[in-house]
Design a binder for this molecule. Structure first.
Ligand code: X2X
Length: 344
């Protein structure tokens, strides 16, 4: 009898301890996590965030709930502050562009080196290879947990003034660029008059004619109907593409159980590969339906010949050389090597 009672109370203590440890884990979890994005759904970028958060919620049975904050609204639209805010915990997690984080993480300027990546296979050679791994190590050292790659895309130039076929056509043109210094250098080298501003400020600036043009992936042109804000000319020059990175703040990451960390990581990888396919849709097919859609809006779409493109490569080469040292010579060399060896 005595023994039975002792055993029973031992079971009771064990149960209580078990309950206690489960409760302690649950208490570490926030009711809701804040995910920052520049572009929301229906863009591919916004979909990346939505699919990631939906998969996490489903696979953790609601233990991890995420709310999306598109328009970088947690930092009042100031997209070049997103990385600092992530590190400080103002933002819990994000799908962010390499451009916006490059002021804090110099290595991310790699993807902005003009004409480094001639095609999608070149982007993949970097993000899916050793260079991508090295960049993830750097991000990790910089205070966030990187999980997967996505893609904003090739940034093509649009304007309200004239067809752009050569650097001379850009002369004096007011072009909105992101607040990352390499973009000012590139557009200055091409003879344009670059103006740095956030995406939030760019849209009214285009509408009022305060700027003549901008550069962004073409899905944004069709989603926002940019021809209605006077953007009548599009040139596809493929000068650079910005990958997206899925990350989580370090303290938040450490507060999750290893099983939940694995779920969040796999969900980011799954969402990233879906999103990359979405970002390329309409641009990788031989007849490039996105270009046809834009032409059907009454917009002049100009695809540069290799010789025309070469003129832009030439005038931006000094910018490439200047920024190589900032990015890191070894990293640039590794990237150039992996691109040259890519499978097309
Ligand atoms: O600001 C832009 O142009 C955008 C939306 O593409 C980025 O956030 C890099």
């Amino acid at each position: 009898m005595q023994l039975r009672r002792t055993l029973l109370s031992l079971v009771a203590v064990a149960t209580a301890l078990g309950t206690f440890s489960v409760a302690a884990t649950a208490q570490n979890y926030k009711a809701e996590y804040r995910m920052s994005l520049v572009l929301g759904p229906p863009t591919p970028w916004g979909q990346a965030g939505k699919v990631w958060s939906d998969l996490v919620k489903e696979r953790t049975q609601g233990r991890i709930n995420i709310k999306l904050y598109p328009g970088v609204s947690l930092i009042q639209g100031d997209q070049t502050r997103e990385f600092s805010a992530l590190r400080q915990g103002v933002i819990d997690m994000a799908v962010g562009s390499t451009i916006n984080w490059s002021p804090q993480v110099k290595e991310l300027n790699l993807f902005s080196l003009p004409f480094l990546m001639p095609d999608y296979a070149a982007i993949d050679a970097l993000t899916q290879g050793d260079v991508g791994k090295k960049i993830f190590q750097t991000l990790d050292k910089s205070g966030v947990v990187p999980l997967a790659w996505g893609e904003n895309g090739y940034r093509e130039v649009t304007n309200s003034k004239r067809v752009i076929k050569s650097p001379e056509d850009l002369k004096g043109m007011k072009i909105r660029v992101v607040g990352s210094p390499i973009f000012s250098d590139m557009f200055t080298a091409m003879g344009a008059n670059p103006t740095q501003m956030s995406w939030a400020d760019a849209q009214p600036a285009l509408a009022s004619g305060a700027v003549d043009g901008q550069e962004n992936p073409l899905f944004l042109f069709t989603i926002l109907k940019m021809h209605t804000v006077g953007q009548k000319f599009v040139t596809t020059w493929g000068y650079m593409a910005d990958p997206l990175v899925f990350v989580v703040n370090k303290e938040i990451w450490n507060s999750w159980t290893p099983a939940d960390q694995a779920i969040v990581r796999q969900a980011a990888i799954d969402s990233g590969s879906q999103e990359i396919a979405l970002a390329r849709k309409g641009l990788v097919e031989a007849d490039k339906p996105v270009l046809k859609d834009i032409a059907a809006m009454g917009v002049t779409v100009t695809q540069l010949s290799p010789a025309e493109r070469e003129a832009f490569v030439k005038v931006t080469r000094p910018v490439y050389e200047k920024w190589k040292t900032t990015v890191g010579l070894d990293l640039v060399k590794a990237a150039e090597r992996d691109i040259a060896a890519r499978k097309k």
